[in-house]
Design a protein around this ligand. Structure first.
Ligand code: BYC
Length: 329
């Protein structure tokens, strides 16, 4: 058990007539599409839920650097290396915007890191899978960033101002990431037999974990109802997963690769693809800390935190010295 040991508790939406006048006014603001800003009054549960979601999102960006960082030194060309390096740096930046957004809710960055390191806060399940070949860099860009964009574009309209604004820049960068991933897949799918086999193998391994990124099926989602009422979340998990499948299926066909799901088929009646659900037992195992790389990922984050202690200490000592000099002047 190395991460993500928090047990979710269900949240139900309280009927508007049962809200206090202050809470009702708050809900009315959300319903009118107004942005909530850090100094505005907000229900404690809204604040806590936002810290949970934004904090987990920030942690996902930071932990999400690890599977790709693994390939920077082994990228096949200088151009691929530069692109991958830039992508991984973007992810660090996304984490920082998101930590800043969470800090406006009254939680400190140290507290957020502490919760991550103690397994009290989650990060996306997808980053607990290994990256075995260069084709995985293509699959991550195409599928993982593709799933991230599907989820994050609507979050640009989320009710909390600092979160919504952070998402605008993040989404721009994510779409570049998705394109570079697709381009890697295209090159490999049109390459030698071995390269094509690697591309297919990466798709086989990343398909279901990518579907899991959208969270459990709606019937098992504990936060969706309240988060959607508060516009912390704009769509349900299943809605976004379906949109993702509908977008990716034709792209896979264009690449000449097979999505590893015999039941994936276009359904004229619904206007969507039918597809097989991921293995939800596996998902719950991974988010409980028992995925293939949970220990490795968390150990790497803890090591980075401990190795950076001297930098934090040095900067604090410098800030204290500067403050003392100011007082003395
Ligand atoms: N992994 O009630 P539910 C990226 C948890 S990074 C782990 O449906 P909610 C990128 C959930 O937290 C992409 N845990 O939850 C970076 C809850 O547990 P807690 C990250 C998951 O919040 C680098 C419990 O299961 N994106 O783009 O309504 C390179 C019940 O679920 C997962 C974001 O964070 C999961 N996949 O919906 C490349 C987007 N799914 O907290 C790419 C913002 C669920 O009660 N977040 N859980 O202990 C969201 O939109 C929502 O939080 C989610 C989940 C859709 C993820």
């Amino acid at each position: 058990m190395y991460a993500q040991m928090v047990k979710s508790t269900g949240e139900t939406v309280v009927a508007k007539e049962k809200l206090s006048p202050k809470e009702r006014e708050f809900q009315d603001r959300i319903d009118r599409g107004e942005k909530i800003e850090p100094k505005d009054w907000m229900p404690e549960e809204y604040r806590k839920n936002l810290i949970r979601q934004i904090g987990q999102h920030a942690h996902s960006e930071i932990v999400g650097q690890l599977p790709e960082g693994n390939w920077i030194t082994r990228a096949p060309t200088l151009e691929r290396k530069a692109n991958l390096l830039a992508k991984v740096q973007d992810e660090a930046g996304h984490g920082l915007y998101l930590y800043c957004a969470a800090e406006t809710l009254g939680v400190s960055r140290d507290e957020l890191f502490d919760m991550l390191h103690k397994g009290k806060m989650k990060y996306s399940s997808i980053f607990n899978y290994p990256t075995l070949t260069w084709a995985d860099m293509g699959a991550i860009g195409w599928l993982v960033d593709g799933a991230a964009i599907m989820n994050q574009v609507p979050l640009q309209r989320t009710s909390y101002g600092p979160y919504a604004r952070a998402m605008v820049r993040i989404c721009k960068e994510e779409s570049f990431h998705q394109r570079q991933g697709f381009q890697i897949m295209l090159t490999m799918a049109q390459g030698t037999e071995d390269q094509k086999r690697m591309a297919q193998d990466a798709l086989n391994r990343f398909w279901y974990p990518s579907l899991m990124m959208f969270g459990p099926s709606d019937k098992d989602s504990v936060h969706s109802a309240q988060s959607m009422a508060w516009k912390i979340k704009m769509n349900s998990n299943d809605e976004l997963r379906q949109k993702f499948v509908d977008e990716i299926a034709p792209q896979a066909a264009f690449l000449g690769l097979n999505i590893p799901d015999d039941d994936l088929v276009w359904n004229e009646k619904t206007g969507h693809h039918d597809y097989s659900e991921p293995d939800w037992d596996e998902f719950f195992q991974v988010i409980s800390g028992n995925g293939p790389c949970n220990k490795e990922r968390l150990d790497a984050r803890k090591k980075a935190w401990n190795d950076g202690a001297w930098v934090r200490d040095g900067m604090l000592a410098h800030a204290r010295k500067k403050a003392m000099r100011k007082v003395a002047e």
